[in-house]
Write a protein that binds this ligand. Sequence first.
Ligand SMILES: [Zn+2]
Length: 120
Amino acid sequence: MSEKKDNDKENFLIKQYRCNFCNAMHDVRIKKSLLDAQTKYPFPYVFLHNTIKNGEAKELITILYIDRDGKVRGSEIQEFSTNDLFSKEQVMAIVEPLIKEIRILQQDNIKLKKQIQELQ
Ligand SMILES: [Zn+2]
């Protein structure tokens, strides 16, 4: 095993994920620091992968819900061909979890600022 791969094992969780859409196993590399940084579990982890269906290349947006132990608790798949514009639903599926995360981070930020002020 190469040095790089050893390092990967240390920093990444490699999850095997069975995709209902292309019926294949995918390796998903999730940064451990990302897992540790969450304030709520399960948290949404979004990734893209390509598949070929009926001779047409498609990109799939996959959202995995990961719990504190790094286990996959659920998943959602959105399909679109690369020629399509994103539908509103697809955009929302991507953006909504991110907005939630941002709100949580903002709240944490406010809390931490208060704690710093109290310490001073
Ligand atoms: Zn797939």
